[in-house]
Design a binder for this molecule. Sequence first.
Ligand SMILES: Nc1ncnc2c1ncn2[C@@H]1O[C@H](COP(=O)(O)OP(=O)(O)OP(=O)(O)O)[C@@H](O)[C@H]1O
Length: 262
Amino acid sequence: MDPLLTVSGLTMDFGGIRALDHLDLRLHPGEIAALIGPNGAGKTTLFNCLTGIYAPTGGELLLTPPGQAPKRLNGLKPNQITAQGVARTFQNIRLFPNMTVLENVMIGRHCRTHATVFGAIFRPPAVRHEEKAIVGMSLALLERIDLADQADEFAKHLPYGAQRRLEIGRALATEPLLLLLDEPAAGMNPQETLELNELIRSIRDDGTAILLIEHDMKLVMRLSDHIFVLDYGRKIAEGSPEEVRHNPAVIRAYLGEESIHA
Ligand SMILES: Nc1ncnc2c1ncn2[C@@H]1O[C@H](COP(=O)(O)OP(=O)(O)OP(=O)(O)O)[C@@H](O)[C@H]1O
């Protein structure tokens, strides 16, 4: 099967700092992959390049939806990349705090709608029909992330773990082929982390590939099919959790003796 995501020779310079250095990686449909590495290794920079926030200094980013020709993501704006099927969450939660839980998910849906300013003002039947469908679909998503009972709450009133789930819900509303999760378990308690584990698996089972940045090694080892290890913007190792766990370069750069036996 063709890779869904192909990153080739990706390089990102910030002045004199090379945050990504000729990085190559491939992610297949239906895969859960993790990006690990010490602080400053370039993980978030990769997400920012993949989502059009940074224009890479060099290299190529290709998305190949199953059965379709590869599409180049370089040079696309963030909203165009979302429309191609790549969605993300952020290390620091970025919800609309003064909008309801339901509205936050509905906004994610916006990139798949056909609404125009004319439609928003005059609301012809086709627009009303589309709005109804968006509400229905968004409520179904809230069921899935276990937030249906809080649909009318302001996002800012949700507990931290629930806000993280809502961010995932908003990303799912864009119907992504590839979901990028930046430290989804940060700040979660053990029970919330377990539920997150189940949620991520269920998203994958529905056909969305997942690439996550995560420092919780237990979660990474339990969840990932494949792990990429970055250090100083370079990929120093990749493989199954078992392979990575025993890789001497990884242990030296990142994991430390204790984590190997986690
Ligand atoms: N906008 C920017 N301007 C200048 N330097 C940047 C910028 N973004 C990232 N960097 C630098 O690029 C390098 C990689 O940073 P990045 O945030 O991608 O690392 P990371 O692996 O995500 O780290 P962490 O685990 O701490 O989030 C760092 O040296 C960082 O200081």
